[in-house]
Design a protein around this ligand. Structure first.
Ligand code: ASP
Length: 336
């Protein structure tokens, strides 16, 4: 039987047109462009239906409510389609793909995020090939998880990060192999790393959990951040140097402030500023102190995955000890 794919158009460069103050999303432009992509309608291609968000957004304006909207749209239409393609701006696509990885549990169908660096209305747009390949991948059904397809690469959503603002190869998966290389053929790689499914498909709406990201830098005056470290703050991703190191010398006022955050009940997750590699707390004296005061290791998670995992776990209302434990465990292939 002919497969059926749902295209969820949220906005982003792919469907943008020049406006008075720069590119803005356009409803009609995308519709026109899609009907103009001959490959989408060739024999062997699935039937397509488009669900268009209103308003369409630059992904800089996408956050928890929009993640929920994407998740709910997929949940409401889960049985109706064989797979989903989410057209989304590239700027925060890795956050959204990570969020949706946690939000959608026990997925048995592909959810493929894609977009473009050049709008479809301009010459040399990468949007055509990104859409066509994403639809093919969604209909083939080999990858039953949230992923990003971009410029020949299929990437696990919760392992993705945006690495370029001006190259077609905008995304990378620095700590995990590609799910597929797309050239003349689509070559899937069975990378594993996904925990066993433990029930039926489930959608969990996120709440607007107060969380943050603090990036270490030489000379950081952590006192300036103290005012945000209140009891209200549920979790912080610390982007540390190398394998999890923070300044501990004369500028080392960081530990007491983090200790206070811990006492306030704020969960501190340690990630690395390095694009590739893993956090190993305790390798250096400058990271041991973090371990001693109850920070948890983000291991090889991206900042995007760590942040959205925190929001997900707090939205599940688990007790803090369980959240602390789950942060270091593999839920969707995001870690380890
Ligand atoms: N600012 C755009 C967005 O994220 C960039 C893009 O789509 O490439 O919506």
């Amino acid at each position: 039987m002919r497969k059926k794919i749902c295209i969820i158009y949220t906005g982003g460069t792919i469907g943008m047109v020049p406006g008075e103050n720069g590119y803005v999303p356009s409803k009609s432009r995308l519709e026109d462009s899609l009907t103009g992509i001959g490959d989408l309608f060739k024999p062997g291609m699935p039937a397509l239906e488009v669900i268009q968000f209103d308003p369409l957004l630059d992904s800089s304006n996408v956050s928890v409510p929009e993640w929920n909207k994407i998740g709910k749209t997929i949940a409401d239409n889960y049985e109706k389609y064989d797979g989903f393609v989410v057209l989304h701006g590239t700027d925060t696509m890795s956050y959204s793909a990570s969020a949706l990885s946690f939000m959608l549990e026990n997925l048995e169908k592909p959810v493929v995020f894609t977009g473009a660096q050049i709008p479809l209305c301009e010459i040399r747009s990468d949007g055509y090939s990104n859409i066509v390949s994403s639809v093919v991948i969604a209909s083939e059904g080999n990858v039953k998880e949230v992923c990003i397809y971009f410029d020949g690469k299929l990437i696990r959503g919760c392992r993705s990060t945006k690495i370029s603002s001006d190259r077609f190869a905008a995304f990378a998966s620095p700590n995990f192999g590609l799910l597929a290389d797309v050239g003349i053929t689509v070559e899937y790689h069975d990378r594993g790393g996904l925990p066993k499914k433990n029930g039926d498909f489930k959608y969990t709406a996120f709440e607007e959990v107060p969380v943050g990201i603090i990036k270490m830098f030489p000379g950081i005056q952590i006192r300036l951040f103290e005012s945000i470290m209140t009891k209200q703050l549920k979790g912080v991703v610390l982007e540390t140097f190398g394998a999890g190191n923070i300044p501990s010398g004369s500028a080392g006022e960081i530990i007491p402030i983090i200790e206070k955050a811990y006492e306030n009940g704020t969960l501190i997750v340690v990630c690395s500023q390095c694009i590739q590699g893993t956090v190993t707390l305790g390798t250096y004296e400058t990271s041991k102190s973090l371990m001693d005061i109850g920070a948890v290791t983000g291991n090889d998670m991206t900042t995007e995955a760590a942040l959205t995992k925190l929001i997900y776990l707090f939205s599940c209302h688990y007790p803090i000890d369980r959240i602390r434990k789950l942060m270091t465990e593999n839920l969707r292939g995001e870690i380890g």
